[in-house]
Design a protein. Sequence first.
Length: 341
Amino acid sequence: MSYKRFDQEDVVVSAESVTAPLWTGDITTLSTFFTSSTQVGGASADYYYDIYQTGSTNEAARVQFSVAYADKQGSGSVLFNADVDGKSPSSTVYGQYRNLALGDEETDFSFGSDSSEYFYVIAIDRARYKEKLLPGTMEIVLNQSGSGEQLVLTDNSKQVSTVSFNDAGRVYELVSGSLGTVNTSVNENGYTNGSGSYGKLLPDVGIILLNGKALDASSANGGLNLGINRDSNDNSPNNLASFYDIFAYSGSFRIQSEETITSNFVFVRARNSEFNYSTNPSLITGSGELRHNVMIDSPQSYITAVGLYNDNNDLLAVAKLSRPLLKDFTKETLVRIKLDY
């Protein structure tokens, strides 16, 4: 076996951004939404619903995202203890996302220029978005069943010149519009009239927060008139189920993933004077001589694989060639190896 140490210029590192459809089956737009009766009927449904692209009993069913309702006052979900006001799954979810996004238990969420104590969460399944979501590719269509009211949302990544950050990474506001284009018929910012932005996109953690006040606003003010129940004395409302309904009723969800692929390019150079003699022991006699005299003056060998070793001669990787390469004193060979990670 022949060894050769790499020179510094033989190894090159490259990084490129790769975008892809988010949903299972490389679907660009998800237009069918299913829950699991087992999950919805279980204890976890007090906190979130898992959403599938097909019926959950189908073998091809995969969780695409989850939805949750967050309320600082604990409204909109059944209290843990009827004697302890304000403590419910919705208050737990609010605290969870406040810690994730704001990193401060005392700070409230603000959407645009307006604050809100309640919001909805869309958490993209980790396997779907891989590294991060791609801003400017989002389009969520929400329909209010019965009223025919529709809301189309996107993010404002194409409008901002300076990106905002919080504890969860980059932050973009949600606006009325499609695929990064703002609907200025609402106002120049694509915000509601009186409730601030429609929410936030946190692409680095795969989270979308939808402003409850904006969705609850009347259609005249850019909302869906969702009718959210925030009566802390009413233990029966399920605002999470109401939110799922506006997805399930002829809604659609489009967004892409973005992933940075880092590659190492390793260039293996076999110069004309190198690797011309085979290291196969069957070509050597017991006395150490070549069995075939023709190999003395005009040797030939075939390169079939390239091994990458560390300084201790431990084999780390093997690159197999698609076909053997003939090598002699009149030929030089350059093999490029690409390692993705």
